[in-house]
Design a protein around this ligand. Structure first.
Ligand code: GLA
Length: 723
């Protein structure tokens, strides 16, 4: 029973490794001024799991620091600090009532408790606002889920400047360091780690999407965590629209992280009788360093987020890098024949198959096969694909329209726009307003028909521009709601499509990794990590990606050399070994590969299929180095199987470690090498104790100095004897 009552108005979310203690703060009588009736829901404790008998003693109000006539710091521990009363921090909830009244005043109404979920109900009686603060904790995970519901039971509309999913206090430490990712198109999920300055540090997206520029999660430690050890507090937001996450490092020394949907500017509108639920914010505490925190996120994503987590993702071939917009039946079938031969299991036709789409300036929105290119439709093409033993997939971009399209000529009012303002295009396209029910119905209609007619097993759902001039004239004072309701609409269409077509699998793409988050992963199966398919660049991207998201969601293609994005030449094996660390796919012009390359590729695809369950479902250990720059390795463990992929892009350092120390093994157990390219140092059939492998390590040829650039290797061990 993960949520347990501790004392009056005090509860604990008890997870395998942590305790999250919260409740209603009662007046201690220590306040110099009174705020009678003002309620504070507070987090008493968030850290290592406490014995049940100790829970009550931990639920004591901390002595407030530095109180004065100028400041009252108590809101740092609040689950939902409001803009109101004596609070000057970043509000998690800021409401504007009729007549310009602000300063929210909440009173506690009741707690509605279930076994793994509780709702703490608060009310602003004067204006009829009901606020539900929800805490949920599923069995077997260290992730605590929180969200907020608001219901307008008053007579006038309420507007919210900020309506976060909640605030999380990180316990007192003498310093705070933060880890997160930033990026850009073709440069996603770059890890950054820095001390949090005193002040407010905000990570945000204003694009209407999750965005490439930041990803909605943060990990905080006291400056002492490593990959293998140390306490880490993490917060992630499960949302695919604009978002905001602010870490407040107070001058008094405390730290709280508040996050939610939306960004500064647009407001949330709640008419009388309306109710709204925020997206979920997820908190995780662990004391095993970043590595264990990542593994806990991966387990949570597999156990509680992904719709079909147990399936193995197929090796797909995608035509984009080979053909661009130059799509034809014969050309695709030629690629399909090569793809099947090399071992692909799914053939995905990318952009260029529909409407008049022979370039990026026209056809988006006209979702029928290009009559010039496919006069008889796509049946022959996809029957051909299936005859080759592969499943069929198709690229779509449902939220977009080119002005040069039948759809736009017919429905110019369907795009985001403000009357009397320009409609700026990006990549020659405009954004369809998925907040509108008619747009959603149109999308579900053609998507369902397309999947049905061509028996599609897979859609790559793309989204290739940010919002601009984001107006919704018909919605009047609700217009700003498009910022969240667009995302709700995308979710609704995906959910309905999956409901109607249970066998369908979806890849989330937004110009590569612009829509990667725990919200979209609830209704998709994998994501297109980046349009940058250069293996070396990819290593850094995959490294940052792995902090939150499991390898089984990370699409990674092997494409041509030199790479079309970077012109870098990287050996085929290295390219494969990098892509094999996720969901392997192929994306190059296979018809131009030499016979040797082709044979080598076929062998590597086969090798991937053999290790696929371990990579896609196993526990990830990042084994050090700076991926893409210095020697590094990733390791996956599933039951008795251990897979290692090691890389050395180049080695100017003659003194770098030659041994790779493994992790996460049973020290007493014996492991046998079953696949090795390490030659004499780890021959197939050789055996080592877990402790030897983790404490001493293995000498890897690719880590030795004086070798060529781009050495990589695959090693597999199997636990053969347990103590
Ligand atoms: C985006 C995607 C690419 C490809 C193109 C097609 O950029 O990220 O993979 O699908 O669109 O236009």
């Amino acid at each position: 029973m993960p949520i347990i009552p501790v004392a009056e108005r005090t509860w604990a979310a008890v997870t395998p490794a942590s305790t999250y203690l919260f409740g209603v703060e009662t007046d201690t009588g220590t306040a110099p001024d009174t705020d009678a009736g003002d309620v504070r829901l507070v987090q008493w404790y968030w850290g290592p799991r406490l014995p049940e008998a100790a829970l009550a003693e931990a639920a004591l109000p901390p002595t407030p620091r530095q109180r004065s006539g100028f400041h009252d710091p108590r809101d740092i521990h609040e689950l939902l600090p409001v803009d109101g009363g004596r609070r000057w921090g970043v509000p998690s909830l800021q409401a504007f009532y009729e007549g310009g009244v602000r300063s929210v005043e909440l009173s506690f109404a009741e707690a509605v408790a279930g076994t793994d979920e509780i709702e703490l109900v608060l009310r602003d009686e004067t204006y009829g606002l009901r606020v539900g603060v929800h805490v949920r904790c599923a069995d077997g995970t260290d992730v605590v889920e929180r969200w907020v519901t608001v219901a307008n039971e008053g007579a006038a509309p309420v507007r919210f400047g900020r309506l976060d999913s909640g605030s999380w206090a990180v316990p007192e430490r003498s310093a705070y360091r933060c880890t997160g990712v930033y990026g850009a198109w073709a440069y996603e999920t770059q890890l950054q780690r820095a001390e949090l300055p005193v002040g407010e540090t905000t990570f945000t997206s204003r694009t209407g999407t999750t965005s490439h520029r930041a990803n909605p999660w943060i990990m905080v430690d006291a400056g002492d965590a490593t990959e293998e050890s140390g306490e880490v507090w993490a917060v992630a937001l499960a949302w695919s629209g604009s978002w905001r996450l602010t870490a407040q490092h107070r001058p008094e020394g405390d730290l709280a992280v508040t996050c939610g949907f939306g960004h500064d500017g647009p407001s949330v509108h709640l008419a009388p009788g309306e109710r709204l639920r925020t997206p979920s914010a997820l908190g995780l505490y662990g004391d095993g360093g970043y590595g264990a925190a990542s593994r806990a996120w991966h387990a949570y994503t597999r156990g509680h987020v992904l719709p079909a987590p147990r399936e193995e993702r197929p090796v797909l071939y995608n035509s984009w890098e080979a053909t661009g917009f130059d799509v034809s039946e014969s050309g695709q079938l030629e690629l399909a024949a090569r793809a099947a031969e090399v071992g692909a299991e799914l053939f995905v036709v990318d952009d260029g198959w529909f409407g008049t789409r022979d370039r990026d300036s026209r056809g988006l929105g006209d979702w029928w096969p290009n009559p010039g290119r496919f006069p008889d439709g796509l049946t022959r093409l996809f029957d051909g694909v299936r005859a080759l033993g592969m499943a069929a997939g198709l690229w779509v971009e449902p939220e977009m329209v080119n002005p040069d399209s039948d759809l736009y000529r017919d429905r110019p009012d369907w795009v985001l726009h403000h009357p009397g303002r320009r409609r700026d295009t990006m990549r020659n396209q405009l954004v369809l307003n998925f907040a509108r029910t008619d747009v959603r119905e149109w999308a579900i209609g053609w998507l369902d028909a397309l999947v049905g007619e061509y028996h599609l097993a897979y859609l790559k759902w793309d989204m290739n521009r940010s919002f601009s001039q984001a107006g919704w004239p018909e919605a009047g004072e609700r217009a700003d709601m498009l910022w969240s309701e667009h995302t709700d609409g995308v979710y609704a269409v995906m959910d309905e499509l999956r409901r109607r077509r249970p066998g369908l699998r979806i890849e989330s793409c937004s110009g590569g990794g612009g829509r990667v988050d725990l919200g979209v992963l609830r209704r998709t199966d994998q994501v297109w990590t980046s349009d940058n398919t250069d293996a070396r660049d990819r290593q850094a991207i995959q490294h940052g990606f792995s902090y939150l998201y499991p390898a089984g969601t990370m699409s990674a293609w092997v494409t041509d050399s030199p790479n079309p994005h970077t012109r870098r030449r990287v050996p085929l094996r290295y390219r494969f070994h990098v892509a094999m660390a996720g969901v392997l796919g192929l994306g190059g012009n296979l018809t131009a590969w030499s016979a040797e390359e082709f044979d080598e590729a076929a062998g590597l695809v086969e090798a991937y299929k053999a290790i696929r369950p371990v990579v896609q479902h196993g526990r990830l250990h990042r084994l050090g180095g700076t991926p893409g720059l210095t020697a590094s390795a990733v390791q996956y463990v599933l039951d008795d199987r251990v897979v290692v992929l090691a890389y050395n892009p180049f080695s100017p350092d003659r003194r770098a470690p030659r041994r790779l120390r493994l992790a996460g093994l049973d020290p007493e157990a014996v492991y046998e090498v079953v696949t090795s390219e390490a030659g004499a140092t780890a021959p197939v059939g050789s055996r080592r104790h877990g402790r030897t492998l983790t404490a001493l390590g293995l000498i890897l040829p690719s880590f030795l100095p004086n070798g060529p650039d781009y050495r990589s290797e695959l090693l597999e061990l199997r636990r053969v004897r347990t103590p």
